[in-house]
Each structure stands twice: as C-alpha cells, then as structure tokens.
Ligand binder design. Structure first.
Ligand SMILES: [Zn+2]
Length: 120
C-alpha cells in the first residue's frame, strides 16, 4: 500500500511518514530537509504545474509575481519565464505556436530549462 511523498516523489511505506506527514504528504526523511530547500522543491513543482493547466489565471500570475521575488535563483528564473509566458499566451492551446511566432526567445528559455516538458 504505502503513501506518496510529494517532495521526493517516492511511494513509501506508512512507517516512513509521521502523523502530520501523512496529512501533508511529506515523508520523514524529506521533513528533515531544511525548510528553504523543501520549499524550493514545492515551488518548482508549482511553477511547472502552471504550464500543465489549460489556462494561467490572473491569480496564478500574481502567485508567479511573488515567486519571481524569491531568494532562490532557480525559482526566480523559472517563475520569471512562466510569468512572461502567462502574460503573452495565458491559454495552453496554441501556446507553443504563438510563442514560435511572437516570442522565440521565450520558447528557447522553456526549452533550456526543461519547462517545456510540463506543456506536454
Ligand atoms: Zn519524501
């Protein structure tokens, strides 16, 4: 049976989770990670998640604006790219086609960072 950890992405046995960990889907091992490190992983997932949505909403845009001000350089870089994508082409449909026509620079960044994989 086991339980899924949303930080390390592993399915682990129930003993690997504390009571609180069960609820938050974080295994004991990942719970010991420094908070910033864990948050960065979660935020990275969040940013990739926006690209899987059919639409990047105004609420998502403000969240991305907040993430773009993170202390973590990777998060800043990823959030800035997705923020720009969300502004240029909020709808997933035809996104890559529109970017190829209007913003090849952004398309290249999506490719370089691996964010493009979230699209498919
Ligand atoms: Zn874990």
């Amino acid at each position: 049976m086991g339980h899924y950890c949303r930080i390390c992405g592993r399915r682990r046995s129930n003993e690997k989770f504390s009571g609180k960990g069960h609820k938050t889907h974080v295994c004991k091992e990942c719970a010991r990670m420094p908070k910033e490190e864990r948050e960065a992983i979660e935020q990275e997932d969040e940013i990739f998640g926006f690209l899987t949505q059919s639409h990047i909403s105004a609420k998502n845009i403000s969240r991305l604006e907040a993430l773009a001000k993170s202390n973590n350089d990777t998060i800043v870089a990823l959030a800035t790219i997705v923020l720009e994508v969300g502004k240029v082409t909020p709808y997933k449909r035809q996104r890559l086609k529109i970017l190829a026509q209007k913003r090849r620079d952004l398309l290249r960044k999506l490719d370089e960072t691996g964010l493009i994989f979230a699209h498919y």
